[in-house]
Design a protein around this ligand. Structure first.
Ligand code: AMP
Ligand code: MG
Length: 329
């Protein structure tokens, strides 16, 4: 009698054991979207992984300035468009972040990005007059209901914030589905969710700007975090011995020349981290540190063009395998 009653209990224990084994093994997917190779890895159900990948592809189609079927493309073409909830919210957030970063992050930088030839790879040094007469600035963007209207000549580029937003959406979606542990890696953007089942740390490398396939430092931590790097090595062209990279200083209208080779931002929110990394690269270290002291919602690792590493006080505990100087509050 006793033996028969034990059988269902044993089967139940076995199935719990097998499920927990399965949860300890992550499932992973690699995709090419937003112009970079991306990976999504989750400790959970394959169906959640598919949903996360679909979410990234959907955002790529919606937010891209070069995809002719995207909402942003339509807005830039016609100067006015009814936007979906996501796009409207992200553009509003981008404008807010432009204001809080004193215009260093600017989603209206697209006319300049185009003049420099980055969207189509037809690189050139633009005529100085053409650069100066380009219409940029968030005062040229007007929001009403669900419709956005741009002044003549103004165009939107969410390239400086889109990947961070996609990573954040992906993590939110996974968390809603009950996934407790995941890591999404979208180009220079990495975002983690939760603690790994075996409690080992997350280890995220910071690329050496002089030799990007190699890590110059690593960040080691346990829990949820967004880590976003903006660097001049990520996209650039060379002409007559000069290198021109893809992060434009809206003030000078030329590639930012702030003495930095890269900035890595550590933040709870992927969207904010992405906008901040672009903004800090434009600001340079001195103004970037001022900004860090004022905002209090992120930490940063700066790498200068002569490869010195500076970490804000709160980033110190995360950094390993490198020598660096600490910036105090
Ligand atoms: P990130 O790699 O996040 O720093 O973003 C760089 C991309 O954002 C560029 O390829 C441009 O499409 C766009 N971008 C360039 N300069 C700026 C800027 N100052 N503010 C916002 N977006 C920018
Ligand atoms: Mg960015």
């Amino acid at each position: 009698m006793k033996k028969i009653a034990l059988l269902p209990l044993l089967l139940l224990l076995l199935s719990v054991f097998l499920t927990s084994c399965a949860q300890n093994e992550p499932v992973e997917c690699e995709i090419f979207a937003m112009d970079t190779l991306m990976t999504v890895k989750i400790w959970g159900d394959e169906r959640c992984l598919t949903q996360a990948v679909n979410e990234i592809n959907r955002l790529d189609r919606t937010l891209s300035a070069v995809n002719e079927n995207s909402e942003i493309f339509a807005l830039n073409e016609t100067g006015t468009a009814q936007l979906g909830e996501d796009t409207y919210a992200l553009l509003s957030r981008a404008v807010e972040l432009s204001k809080s970063t004193g215009g260093a992050f600017d989603p209206t930088v697209y006319p300049l990005v185009k003049l420099w030839g980055f969207p189509d790879g037809n690189y050139r040094v633009p005529d100085a007059d053409a650069l100066q007469s380009a219409v940029i600035g968030t005062e040229h963007v007007r929001f009403g209901g669900d419709t956005v209207t741009l002044d003549e000549g103004c165009m939107i580029d969410l390239g400086g914030i889109g990947k961070g937003y996609a990573a954040q959406c992906c993590i939110d979606l996974l968390a809603e589905q009950g996934v407790e542990t995941a890591i999404v890696s979208l180009g220079g953007n990495v975002q983690t969710l939760g603690i790994k089942p075996n409690r080992s740390s997350w280890v995220v490398g910071i690329a050496d700007p002089q030799e990007p396939s190699r890590a110059i430092a690593t960040l080691v931590f346990q829990d949820s975090l967004a880590i976003v790097t903006s660097g001049s090595y990520q996209r650039y062209f060379e002409l007559d011995g000069t290198t021109y990279h893809h992060i434009i200083d809206p003030e000078t209208r030329y590639p930012a020349d702030s003495g930095l080779a890269s900035v890595t931002v550590l933040c709870d929110n992927g969207t904010t981290a992405d906008a901040y990394s672009t903004a800090l690269f434009v600001m340079g270290m001195e103004d970037g540190i001022e900004f860090w002291r004022r905002e209090q919602d992120f930490e940063a690792v700066f790498i200068t063009t002569d490869n010195r590493i500076f970490a804000t006080e709160g980033a110190e505990d995360y950094l390993s395998e490198c020598e660096f100087e600490v910036i105090s509050r």
